[in-house]
Design a binder for this molecule. Structure first.
Ligand code: AMP
Length: 450
C-alpha cells in the first residue's frame, strides 16, 4: 500500500454567517491538534470562491489582511497532518478546481483505501493530477460524472470511493457535508446564529458560540442552501465503525465525538486500568497531555496520589512525525522533563494513552530513573497497538510498531520499566460504552472492515 498522506486532519464548514471565514479560522484554531502541517480556507460569496492555503499552523497561514479577502457568507477549512516527506504545498487543502458546473472546493478527513486504483483508472482516461492527495480523486470523479446536478455528482463520486471520509464541499452557492457509511472519522452539525456549522470536533463549536445539534450520520449527505433548512439525503445504509483511537488519543478531551464526551471516556479507561492492572506505588503521574485524563481516573479508582511529575514544553510540536529515530529521541527530551524533587526515591505509576514505536515510553522511563525514581511502572490506557491504520490515523507500518514485534514482557525490558501493562480490549469497550460492534478497533485487533 502506498504511504498514506491524507491523515488525521480536521474539517470545518460554516454556512450562512456574516463572518464565515473568520468563524472557520477560529474553528481551525481549536482543531489544530488534528494537524499542524498545513491549513487552508475557501470562502464563497454566492458569486465566486476564494481560497488561501499554505504550509504551517493556522496562526502562521492566516492574518487579518488575508482573512479580509476571504469574503462571503460561507466557508470551509482544513488543517492537515501528514507523514514526513509529504509536505508539499500542493498537498494542502481545500482542494480547489474549476469544472463544467463552475467552482468547487473540498476538504477531507480520512483516508481512501482504493485511492490508487481509482487514480490509475482516471489517469488512464486522461486525467492530470496535481497533488499526491487521494482527495483529488473526488474532483475528477465529480467533473466526469454524467449527472446534471452537483448533489447527484457527489453521490456518484462517493459511490466509487472506499475507506474513511468526512467531507465538506463548497460550490458557488451551496455547502455539502458527507460522511462515509462507517462513520470512521467524526463529523458533527451545529447551529450558529441563523446559520450552520459542521466540524470534526465540537470543541470548534464552543469557540464560535455554536450549539451542537447532532452528528452527521454515517452514510448521510447534508445540503446547505440559502433560506432553506439543511436537506438530508441517505446515500448509504449506516453501518457504524467509529475509530476508537479518537477516544484513546486523538480527539480533544472537551469535544463530543460519536455523541460522547472524550474526557469522560478517557477517564473511564484509567479507572478500568486501575482495576485490571493495580500495582503498589507512591504516586501516579501522567505523560502530558495525552495521559492526563486516564491518570486522574487511575488515581481516583486506586486512591494513590496524583501528581504532575513530568512537565511538558508546549512550544514544541508533536514528536511523532520526525523521520529519524535520533530526531524523535531528541524531541521527546526537549518536550518532557521531570520534577526531580517530587519523584526522587518514589515508586511511580506512569500513565500514557498508547505505545506506538516505544520511543516516548523508553525515554520517559530513563528520564525518571535518572531523576532518582525508585521504581517506574508503565500503565497504558489502551491495548497494545499491533496493527497499522488504513482509515486515517497515522500509525506506522507493522515493522515499526513495537507491539507487533515484541511480547509485553520484551517491551517492558526494551523500555526499561519495572513493569508494563495495557488495558484489555474488553475493558476498553466497556470504557466507551460500546453497545455492540459500532467501533473500529483494527489498530488493536487487525480486524479491518474495508
Ligand atoms: P511512541 O513514542 O512511538 O511509542 O508513541 C507513543 C506516544 O505518541 C504516546 O505518548 C501517544 O500519546 C502519542 N501518539 C500515539 N498515537 C499517535 C499518533 N497517531 N500521532 C502522534 N502521536 C501519537
Amino acid at each position: 500500500m502506498r504511504e498514506n498522506i491524507n491523515e488525521k486532519c480536521a474539517v470545518v464548514g460554516i454556512f450562512n454567517h456574516a463572518e464565515a471565514s473568520k468563524s472557520a479560522y477560529f474553528s481551525l484554531h481549536s482543531l489544530q491538534h488534528r494537524g499542524q502541517e498545513a491549513a487552508g480556507i475557501s470562502s464563497g460569496d454566492g458569486k465566486r470562491l476564494h481560497t488561501i492555503k499554505d504550509r504551517g499552523l493556522v496562526m502562521q497561514v492566516f492574518n487579518e489582511q488575508n482573512l479580509e479577502t476571504l469574503q462571503g457568507h460561507m466557508a470551509i477549512g482544513h488543517t492537515r497532518y501528514s507523514t514526513a516527506g509529504n509536505d508539499s504545498i500542493l498537498d494542502a487543502q481545500p482542494v480547489h478546481a474549476n469544472y463544467d458546473l463552475g467552482q468547487l472546493s473540498i476538504v477531507h478527513n480520512g483516508n481512501l483505501t482504493n485511492a490508487q486504483e481509482v487514480r490509475d483508472a482516471l489517469i488512464e482516461e486522461g486525467a492530470i493530477f496535481q497533488s499526491n492527495m487521494d482527495t483529488e480523486n473526488l474532483i475528477h470523479l465529480i467533473a466526469r460524472s454524467k449527472q446534471g446536478k452537483l448533489k447527484d455528482r457527489i453521490i456518484d463520486a462517493v459511490k466509487k470511493i472506499e475507506g474513511a471520509y468526512s467531507l465538506v464541499f463548497l460550490s458557488r452557492t451551496k455547502m455539502f457535508a458527507v460522511r462515509d457509511r462507517f462513520g470512521f472519522r467524526p463529523l458533527s452539525l451545529g447551529r450558529v446564529g441563523d446559520g450552520y456549522v459542521v466540524a470534526s470536533e465540537t470543541c470548534a463549536f464552543d469557540l464560535i458560540g455554536a450549539k451542537y445539534i447532532r452528528e452527521v450520520e454515517p452514510g448521510e449527505m447534508l445540503i446547505f442552501e440559502k433560506d432553506k433548512a439543511p436537506q438530508s439525503i441517505k446515500i448509504f445504509e449506516p453501518t457504524p465503525k467509529h475509530c476508537i483511537f479518537e477516544y484513546v488519543y486523538f480527539a480533544r478531551p472537551d469535544s463530543e465525538v460519536f455523541g460522547q464526551n472524550v474526557y469522560a471516556k478517557r477517564k473511564n479507561m484509567g479507572m478500568e486500568l486501575a482495576k485490571e492492572q493495580p500495582v503498589e506505588a507512591d504516586m501516579i503521574i501522567p505523560v502530558p497531555d495525552g495521559g492526563v485524563p486516564a491518570a486522574i481516573g487511575y488515581a481516583q479508582e486506586s486512591g494513590i496520589a496524583y501528581e504532575m511529575g513530568i512537565m511538558r514544553n508546549h512550544y514544541i510540536g508533536r514528536t511523532f512525525i520526525e523521520p529519524t529515530q535520533e530526531m524523535r529521541d531528541l524531541k521527546v527530551k526537549m518536550k518532557l522533563s521531570p520534577i526531580t524533587e517530587l519523584i526522587k526515591g518514589k515508586r511511580l505509576i506512569v500513565i500514557d494513552d498508547s505505545i506506538v514505536r516505544g520511543t516516548t515510553s523508553r525515554r520517559i522511563v530513563r528520564m525518571l530513573k535518572e531523576a532518582g525514581a525508585a521504581e517506574v511502572h508503565m500503565r497504558i490506557s489502551s491495548p497494545p497497538t499491533t496493527d497499522p491504520c488504513f482509515y486515517g490515523v497515522d500509525t506506522p507500518n507493522r515493522d515499526k510498531l513495537i507491539a507487533a514485534n515484541m511480547s509485553v514482557e520484551d517491551m517492558c525490558k526494551y523500555i526499561e520499566a519495572d513493569s508494563l501493562a495495557f488495558l484489555s480490549h474488553e475493558a476498553l469497550m466497556h470504557s466507551v460504552d460500546a453497545k455492540g460492534t459500532e467501533y473500529c478497533t483494527a489498530c488493536f485487533t487487525g480486524d479491518y472492515i474495508v
